[in-house]
Design a binder for this molecule. Structure first.
Ligand SMILES: NC(=O)c1ccc[n+]([C@@H]2O[C@H](COP(=O)([O-])OP(=O)(O)OC[C@H]3O[C@@H](n4cnc5c(N)ncnc54)[C@H](O)[C@@H]3O)[C@@H](O)[C@H]2O)c1
Length: 282
């Protein structure tokens, strides 16, 4: 019988997090730092990154980088390798952006902007930091997909394409890395109350402004960034290949498996039912 050993817990190991100036990236940095992890963080938003760094009590290395910039990521990988006070436990390719628009009204520039960050940013981060993990023969590459990488939704063509692609990329890498000691993990968050919509781009088919959609999104999101960070941390420690974050992600996962062709109708009905219940309670 082949025994599968549990991975080494992240506590005390160095971690690398992209998109750490806000939301789940910041919450992951704070949680893992409080568990004794030296934290290397990057983001294109310097001010937010510095705020995250100031909120950590343990060792931290920061660098302002746009994940579309391959050379800058490669350079930072060298710096992280030299700085890391402990083995590298995980690389979190978390940075991402949001875009919603009917396909016909979406500019090619907006589509490319999202794909370059959400998909190529993850590929660039993997290319830069994976060699640090493979050289050690241990650690986890943790790429953030979405529940929109499990089920595709209208008006989210680019976002879903990027998150399905991250899922495929990460799954393929997991198979390729078998036997190396390095694991590739997909994270599928449901709605998490972060600034993702505020920082995104929108042409709403119902005429709402970005601020209105962002407020509605945050009010409806069942999971806080702190809870998301806890679930991701626990999932990686448990050796999971994919981490579902939040009750909505779990529902998406079940419904897409039960009805791969009609999940959109079922999920729409469930959503209306929950809205109705909410109104009755309210
Ligand atoms: N919030 C949700 O409901 C939700 C659901 C599913 C998946 N996700 C994914 O989770 C990840 C984290 O998002 P979040 O919800 O914490 O949003 P957020 O906007 O709070 O955080 C995203 C971070 O990525 C950074 N970023 C954006 N573009 C960048 C670039 N080009 N280079 C470097 N950094 C960049 C932002 O500055 C920010 O710090 C994203 O990949 C997102 O797509 C979020």
């Amino acid at each position: 019988m082949k025994l599968i050993s549990k991975p080494r817990p992240l506590a005390g190991q160095t971690v690398l997090i992209t998109g750490a100036s806000s939301g789940m990236g910041r919450a992951l940095a704070q949680r893992l730092s409080s568990h004794g992890c030296p934290v290397a963080i990057l983001d294109h938003n310097t001010e937010g990154l510095e705020k995250t760094a100031a909120s950590l009590s343990g060792p931290v290395l920061t660098r302002t980088i746009d994940v579309r910039d391959r050379a800058a990521l490669d350079d930072f990988a060298g710096a992280v390798g030299e700085w890391a006070p402990a083995p590298l436990g995980a690389v979190f390719n978390n940075a991402g952006v949001f875009l919603a628009a009917p396909f016909g009204e979406q500019s090619a520039a907006d589509h490319d902007w999202l794909m370059d960050i959400n998909l190529l940013g993850v590929v660039n981060g993997t290319r830069a930091f994976l060699p640090l993990l493979t050289a050690q023969g241990s650690g986890a590459l943790v790429n953030t997909s979405s529940m929109y990488g499990l089920a595709a939704m209208e008006y989210h063509t680019a976002y879903c394409a990027s998150k399905y692609a991250v899922r495929g990329f990460t799954d393929a890498l997991r198979h390729e890395l078998a036997g190396t000691g390095v694991r590739a993990v997909n994270v599928h968050p449901g709605y998490v109350s972060t600034a993702i919509v505020d920082n995104g781009r929108l042409q709403d088919p119902f005429g709402r402004s970005l601020a209105e959609v962002a407020d509605e999104f945050r009010a409806a999101a069942p999971t806080t960034p702190e809870r998301a960070a806890e679930l991701i941390h626990r999932g990686v420690d448990a050796g999971k290949a994919r981490v579902l974050v939040g009750p909505d992600a779990r529902i998406f996962d079940v419904v897409t498996r039960l009805t791969p062709s009609h999940y959109n109708t079922v999920l729409g009905r469930l959503e209306r039912l929950m809205e109705l219940r909410g109104r009755r309670r309210g």
